[in-house]
Design a protein. Sequence first.
Length: 432
Amino acid sequence: MPETMQKAVSLSTIDKLRMLLDITKTISRSLDLDEVLNLVMDTLDSLIPYDAAGIYLVKCSRPFTEWDEDTTDETCVFHTQAVRGYDIDDLHELHLKMGEGLIGHVAVSGKPYISDDVRKDPRYINARAVTKSEMVAPIISNNEVIGVFDLESDELHAYSNDDLEVLMLLSSQVAIIIEKVMLHEQLIEKQRLETQLEVARQVQLELLPARDPQLEGFDISAYNFPTEEVSGDYYDWVRIYDDQIGIVIADVSGKGVPAALLMAFLRASLRAATHIGYAPHISMSKVNYLLWESIERNQFVTGFYGILDATNRTLAYSNAGHNPPLLMEADGQARFEDRGGVPLGMFRDTRYYEYYETIEPGQVFVLYTDGATEATNPAGEEYGLDRLTEAVRQCRELGAREMIDFIHRDVIAWTDGHGATDDVTFFIVKAL
């Protein structure tokens, strides 16, 4: 009998429990998964003798209660995390799946297993020519088998039920520590993503205009109310001449960082077209093509781009699938301008058209995104165009910025204080 085996036999239950406690204390000091599992393997031999051992983690997290014992699955395999006593090349060729071999059987059943003579065990898959007996215990976390503990011996009948109980106790401690390590890793990843989101938010804020435009005869203001750290809505204005500005509002499909990146691409493309001097419908066509060849097919942008001329009091514009602007007269009469084309980026050679609107003193021109009109109350009813019209009518005597605040408060009140579930942006032009 090997010396390590004689030492283990002489250990009392209390000694084993004390040693198990020491092992647990040792491995609980680290938050590095590889270090933790290798510490377990380095100290395990003093508790339970083995000639080869391994800890294998399951690469999928499917509850073992959903499996039956004859199940195998190509998508769930074992990842060799920490091993001792094996030929590494043999392990690389093994590629066990759920349900295969003794460790696959234990992973599926969720129950420990001892094979006194692996040569007589039909489930055994030979990874070591000299192995005679084997003991396998599941590593279970939150009722899911996340891995297995495997010990092999060159002796027959090497492991007892007492050994199995000790291994199960150690497995339960390893499961707790693995879960703690994974939670720590998730926390680190969450903090990393939050840092990236904050950087993206700061970049996006830099892309939005720092102030409202000043144009003689008009009171103009715009504002974005994001629902997340970064927004898929976009607004902008560009000085073309002293008496002309370009105004833009857009809504990128999706939310979060991908939408914000697409918004930044849209801004650069549209500003380039504006500085070249293209008319609104030509600018839209150019941007459409750039988006079409650059974004995924399931992405698109709704957008409105117009050139406001203060001298002639005209607005030349093109609408690419965006919400119809609201034009309200001084007496409160209103209509929606629903002329336009399809969203940007959907088709390669989309043709857009230019439309004209005269903005007379006392009129209000309201651009918005669907986050406002699609905001729902607790009963599931949308805010809608009628309520938007009424809110504009009630506040049309206010300044443009105060109008935005009034309408946004009305949307918040409609949702019973919860706010919209999508980004909300307003761009208001008042003719004085």
